[in-house]
Design a protein around this ligand. Sequence first.
Ligand SMILES: *Cc1c(COP(=O)(O)O)cnc(C)c1O
Length: 431
Amino acid sequence: MAATVGTPASRQGELIRRAEDLFPGGVNSPVRAFRSVGRAPLMLEAGAGARVRDADGRWYVDYIGAWGPAILGHGHPDVIEAVRAAALNGFALGATSPAEVVLGEAIRAAVPSMEKLRFTSSGTEAAMSALRLARGATGRDLVVKFAGGYHGHSDGLLVEAGSGLATLALPGSAGVPAQVASATVVVPINDLDGVRSAFERHPDRIAAVIVEPVAANVGVIAPAPGFLDGLRELASANGALLIFDEVITGFRVAHGGAQARYGVRPDLTVLGKIVGGGMPVGAYGGRRDLMANVAPDGPVYQAGTLSGHPLTMAAGAATLALLDEAAYERLEAAGAALETGLRNAAAEAGRTVGIARVGSLLTVFFRDEIPTTADEAMTSDRAAYARFFGAMLDAGILLPPSQFEAWFLSLAHDPATIEETVTAAGEAFRA
Ligand SMILES: *Cc1c(COP(=O)(O)O)cnc(C)c1O
């Protein structure tokens, strides 16, 4: 039970102590430390369907979903079999493998704007490389991003807004040179005027606008009507490229990603997470004339020893093969059922929350309404979220350990699992 989680007497507690001696914060990616919810971190060692098991043998209904990739649920037999078969052929061989062609064609069939693409080993690399390409292709240096938009941890993208609209950014991390950060212009999400003013203030200097078409790293913030179309027009009118970072939304909010759901065609797209089926992955691609700039065809250098890894390609292809139209209908239904159930549970508990949802991505914001910008999201009651998180964890439901991370549903979240979650929430909203 929860009383033993992280206590020294438990196996999990002992492993966490050893991890804390090895890794900063005991983790290899910061949010896993559970700091923002004030709980001992979990050590997870197995997943099956909608559930994960900690190192003390306790199972939880899982809404972290590996931070996005686990759209089929954990350990789908088809994916396991594909990876097993690929592994028997000896892992990476240092040349292009048939599996890269298979997954590349599957991605392009779903996301036709990616006329050519390149696989990387992480979303960070793919976003960073897409920007290098945008700069190389346009001969311009500046990039517009949105406050609260996350595009991996490369220097130029790890920036926060300065005060006011369309200011040149300040570093969002120690160790990012001010000069690098100042090549990024930060604008609030959903603020087309801010983008327009950025183009006015920096004429002929902006290479690209990069956006999460559904923001999902400050909690879920859907694009306001006309926002993505407006970005398309402004980028084209000013000779800049439009880059959709669909690392989360790709194969998540629709088979063809947010660009299919909202009907806007970007020049370049960044993918990750789901397309690797749970293995390390990233990909970037887009217009054929732009991709012609990438080495060895062109002067923009980008490489990766393990890019297009056969095990990743096998897991990704097996995953995409199961994501048909019916799958997205089921994900939508599961998301809607969870949203409605949580809304009712909150109302019965006398708790006001804003529930934001796009398909199978959902955030319960502990504030009066759903936010439309990162600044609004930041006014959420984090202490209340931490109490809710803790009560849900004690009831066997694992939520993302931060108010500002999306809940990820999977095809394994069946109606009974959603019901179990909603019942637990009825109590947890009173915590
Ligand atoms: C996760 C994420 C990334 C970074 O991907 P990594 O594989 O963690 O490097 C980039 N963009 C978005 C939108 C993401 O959610």
